[in-house]
Design a protein around this ligand. Structure first.
Ligand code: EPS
Length: 403
């Protein structure tokens, strides 16, 4: 079973992750992981912290001479900012008096964190609830992403809107209406979106969004947005309808909703399904080149909690960052009086980064279900199992149903 854990506080010494269940002999390098980490750090509207950090993962175990060993893969990502926080975040008690944070930011985990864990300093809550943790997630999930590429499965994303600014062209429609070449590789999306400072697909749209972010900055305010993640090359049959916790659409929603500040997730046309006749939205089944395909892909690549073989299409909404330079109302827990919320260094917009994190979490989810179905202790064994299934799939059904 594929599993990962992360550890680390935002201003602690480092972030770490342990990834288990990866078959042996998968080719992987620190450069591959670091490329994904750099993508997570980018985006117009991020704050000062991203100028301090250049996230780099270092393998501590599980990889030898560029290949996985099948043993737990552990990685370390140092926080460069740690040198400015050695006293405040010291694991040992310190002599100097550390000022406690007593005013929670609405929308952040500050108040719920101190309530739940019985803290006397909001710092204890801030540091683990920070989206900095997603650097460790991206490192872990990049192993899954690399694994998937061995099977022709690719993950890409783009930002659809920031602050309510949408593109003129309905890009997502291309995926939902299945207007792409048969062998479309979703990574092509990244070669376009990564060129944009807000990870959108056209220049005009980018300019409008940057204008809106500048307005937000001037107001001391923040913005959220929506993005798409697309996965191509997914085989038929990942996930299952057998139980509530085996459905891959539920897994995908969980994976994306677990990302900081994500408040909505849709698969395929999502909420739009609710507004149409069934005949207008379900994807007709066709036979092409000895396999099944669909005229459209409004279901977003899943039916009955199982992948259909069409691209997976996930859309999600991220709320605006909670830290506001022009704060809204809160309460000072040291006086129990109503005051303005505390300012704290933060981002103005992190939707482009969020899309990269969602790509990573989705790659993880697909890899989990892929390994559950095809197994294998080595990548060679997984490949044998996979290719035998793929080869026989259509013929088996034809035989089963032949009269
Ligand atoms: C982040 C690091 C954080 C924030 C951001 C994400 O660093 P710092 O708190 O030192 O500025 O920039 O986290 C948040 C917006 C948040 O609300 O927690 C990162 O590495 O992605």
């Amino acid at each position: 079973m594929l599993e990962f854990l992360t550890s680390g506080e935002s201003h602690g010494k480092a972030l770490t992750t342990i990834v288990t269940g990866v078959p042996s002999n998968l080719k992987i390098s620190e450069d591959y992981i670091n490329h994904q980490l750099a993508r997570r750090q980018a985006g117009y509207g991020r704050g000062m912290r991203m100028k301090i950090e250049t996230d780099k993962a270092e393998f501590l175990s599980g990889v030898r001479h560029g290949k996985t060993l099948g043993s737990p893969i552990s990685m370390l990502i140092k926080n460069k900012d740690w040198e400015n926080w050695t006293e405040i975040m010291s694991p040992e008690p310190v002599k100097s008096k550390i000022e406690k944070i007593t005013i929670p930011r609405p929308g952040h985990a500050d108040l719920v964190g101190v309530s739940k864990y019985n803290f006397d300093d909001i710092r204890n809550s801030i540091d683990r609830s920070s989206a900095r943790e997603t650097a460790a997630r991206v490192a872990a999930c990049s192993v899954a992403r690399k694994f998937l590429t061995e099977f022709g499965i690719h993950v890409g994303s783009f930002v659809e809107s920031i602050g309510g600014i949408y593109p003129k062209e309905n890009y997502s429609g291309k995926f939902l209406l299945n207007k792409l070449p048969h062998n479309y590789n979703a990574e092509k999306l990244n070669s376009l979106s990564d060129k944009s400072s807000v990870r959108v697909l056209d220049k005009n749209h980018e300019e409008k969004i940057i204008g809106k972010i500048k307005t937000a900055k001037k107001r001391g305010d923040t913005l959220g947005g929506t993005f798409y993640v697309i996965v191509t090359g997914v085989p038929v049959g990942l996930g299952s309808f057998i139980h509530y916790d085996t459905k891959i659409d539920a897994d995908l929603a969980h994976a994306v909703m677990s990302i900081h500040a994500v408040k909505g997730v849709e698969i395929g046309v999502g909420f739009d399904f609710a507004e149409h006749f069934g005949s207008e939205v379900h994807d007709e089944i066709l036979i092409r080149q000895n396999s099944f395909t669909r005229r459209t892909n409004r279901a977003g690549g899943t039916e009955g909690g199982i992948t259909t073989g069409m691209p997976i299409i996930v859309r999600a909404a991220m709320k605006p960052i909670a830290t506001l330079m022009s704060p809204i109302g809160s309460v000072d827990l040291s006086t129990m009086k109503e005051v303005q919320a505390r300012r704290e260094r933060s981002d103005f917009v992190a939707v482009p980064a969020c899309a990269v994190i969602a790509e990573s979490m989705i790659a993880w989810t697909i890899a989990e279900r892929f390994l559950e179905k095809f197994g294998g202790d080595s990548i060679e064994e997984t490949k044998d199992n996979f290719s035998s299934y793929q080869k026989k799939l259509f013929g088996r059904l034809r035989k089963n149903f032949s009269r």
